[in-house]
Ligand binder design. Structure first.
Ligand code: PEP
Ligand code: MG
Length: 581
């Protein structure tokens, strides 16, 4: 038995066989396929080549003429029959290698060939060859994640990293938990794990190369531990614990569903759901959500396997609006880039050194106007079916917000001219995810009907910490008072300018922060649905006055860690009240 420690990002316990999912940069283990699978695997390889080529063509078309040559080189490598395509097919066809393994075998000598020439021009090409290999493997591995759906028995997925796209696909399969080498507490992969209720531990360093498929593992997402090959006593103890946890969670959810979300002194607090797919709404309602405060629409690209058509967007949005039966929904427009599907969907662009500071979210949408307009059309059309609002992600200036609104206006005019029904008064909001946006909230209020504070990014940009990097996870502190000051500023500005302010970052679902958020003046929280019962339980137990007093104490704490201790002490005090419920 061996215990490995990482960052617990999604609570709960998963016990199952390990399934080690190869990822793009690790050594692909030698695995073979049965002769009957050769045809299917060949087809899978050809599809991956086509998709990689499509991605590269898109990249090439998006860059200035003088650097197109870089991508021509990439495309040339990918199309090289003699050095690449035929050798891969031979290895799959005659030696029954998996395409992933064959690709890694074939690309390595090609890269080495360039390396050994010893000329600076060719040395630079080595990285390009590796890039093509990574992209191709990315498509193959993506397919592999889809194949998990057919596993037929629960597994714990072990991987170097999981992209948000892969994580979303895992949800459709029997995944008891997952553990990754990389990742931070609010990476999108972690957020999805919580949303799906899959126990997860990230930032484990080397776990993907240390485990082999078939090992029994326990993933303890609450304690941030992975136990490999547990002894029988440990296994029994964890099985009992898992059963207990699931019973307790179900009982709390059932009890809280019937109760209103009001503080002990009668102040109503809206609890909305963060969702990725329309199908998540049923679960959100069963956990007592008052509506949807954040629909991360970019995940539709995974289901569509590329750019969804307007009809696909519309189908999803109408379904969401209708499943809510008159409750409100906020569609966040495409928030691609950074850790969300880099190099895929409309986000395909030249690789950036600092993608979190790069062309992401609204910046990308304003470049990909056609994709953006298709989505806006679909949201507006869906607005005819029920109350909805839309918001633009990562707005960082007034000009940007105006530009996005202009595109929206254009789409509205086109719909009007075509006689298509939509709600002209659909509210338009901005997410506040950068310190800059928070500080100019008054100016943004001129252009936005409401604000939603995205603390996952706000913390990252305020404290200069990559939200997905385990090496700096300790610096990622939503309890840093600088973050609170920004939140307070936005809430106060919103109140002054008559703009509703909600919060949709992960702290909205962390019960330790609930009193703080109420004390800062927030009355609308949007969170992972299954965390609603616990947050509601805190809301019902406290008064606004005591929340405000708590904020004063925590703000006066000399440092962020002391401030967190103040929050924790208050939370623990609240939990003692539950015992007498
Ligand atoms: C946020 O940044 O807080 C947010 C809700 O958006 P996302 O996590 O999708 O970046
Ligand atoms: Mg964000």
């Amino acid at each position: 038995m061996e215990i490995k420690r990482g960052i617990g990002v999604s609570p709960g316990i998963g016990i199952a066989e390990a399934f080690v999912l190869d990822s793009e940069e690790i050594r692909i283990p030698e695995r073979s396929i049965s002769p009957e699978r050769v045809r299917d695997e060949m087809r899978r390889f050809d599809e991956a080549v086509d998709r990689t080529r499509g991605e590269l063509l898109l990249l090439r078309d998006g860059v200035p003429d003088d650097i197109r040559g870089i991508f021509d080189f990439h495309i040339g490598v990918l199309s090289d029959e003699v050095r690449v395509l035929r050798p891969v097919r031979d290895l799959v066809g005659s030696r029954h290698f998996t395409p992933e393994h064959a690709v890694s075998r074939v690309f390595r000598p090609v890269a080495r060939e360039f390396e050994e020439i010893g000329d600076p021009y060719f040395s630079q090409r080595v990285e390009d060859v590796r890039d093509v290999e990574r992209r191709l493997l990315g498509h193959l591995v993506g397919k592999k994640a889809e194949r998990l759906i057919d596993l037929g028995h629960p597994v714990c997925v072990i991987s170097r990293d999981l992209s948000p796209g892969e994580t979303a696909l895992l949800s459709r399969s029997q995944v008891a938990g997952f553990a990754t080498d990389r990742g931070g507490p609010t990476s999108h992969t972690a957020i999805l794990a919580r949303a799906l209720g899959i126990p997860a531990v990230v930032g484990l360093g080397q776990i993907s190369s240390q485990l082999v498929s078939g090992d029994t593992v326990i993933i303890d997402g609450s304690a941030g531990k992975v136990i490999v090959a547990p002894d029988p006593r440990t296994l029994d103890r964890y099985r009992a614990l898992a059963a207990d946890l699931s019973r307790q969670g179900a009982t709390l959810a059932q009890r809280m569903r019937r109760l209103d979300s009001v503080t002990a002194d009668g102040v109503r607090v809206s609890l909305l759901a963060n969702i990725e797919f329309p199908d998540d709404i049923e679960g959100a309602l069963s956990h007592g959500a008052d509506g949807v405060g954040l629909f991360r629409t970019e995940f539709l690209f995974i289901e569509a396997g590329g750019r969804p058509s307007e009809a696909a967007h519309l189908g999803a949005y109408q379904k969401a609006v209708e499943s809510l039966g008159g409750r409100p929904i906020i569609f966040r427009t495409l928030d691609f880039g950074a850790d969300k599907f880099p190099g895929a969907g409309p986000a395909a662009g030249p690789r950036e050194d600092n993608p979190f500071l790069g062309c992401r979210s609204i910046r990308l949408a304003l470049r990909e106007l056609e994709t953006f307009k298709i989505q806006l059309r679909a949201i507006l059309k869906a607005s005819a079916r029920g109350p909805c609002a839309l918001m633009f992600p990562m707005v960082s200036s007034v000009e940007e917000l105006r530009a996005a609104r202009m595109v929206l206006k254009q789409v509205q005019a086109e719909l009007k001219e075509a006689g298509v029904e939509y709600r002209a008064a659909t509210p338009v909001g901005a997410t506040i995810e950068t310190p800059g946006a928070a500080l100019i909230a008054d100016a943004l209020a001129e252009e936005a009907d409401f604000f939603s504070i995205g603390t996952n990014d706000l913390v990252q940009y305020t404290l200069a910490v990559d939200r997905g990097n385990p090496a700096v996870a300790a610096y990622y502190r939503p309890h840093h008072q600088a973050v609170w000051r920004l939140i307070r500023h936005v809430v106060e500005t919103g109140a002054r300018r008559g703009r509703e302010v909600s919060i949709c970052g992960e702290i909205a679902g962390d019960a330790t922060f609930t009193m703080l958020l109420l004390g800062l003046g927030l009355r609308m929280l949007s969170l992972t649905p299954h965390l609603i019962p616990e947050v509601k339980r805190v809301i019902r137990a406290v008064t606004i006055e005591e929340c405000e007093a708590l904020v004063r104490r925590a703000e006066a704490a000399p440092g962020a860690d002391e401030a967190l201790n103040v929050l924790r002490a208050a939370w623990s005090d609240v939990t003692t009240r539950w015992e007498s419920e």
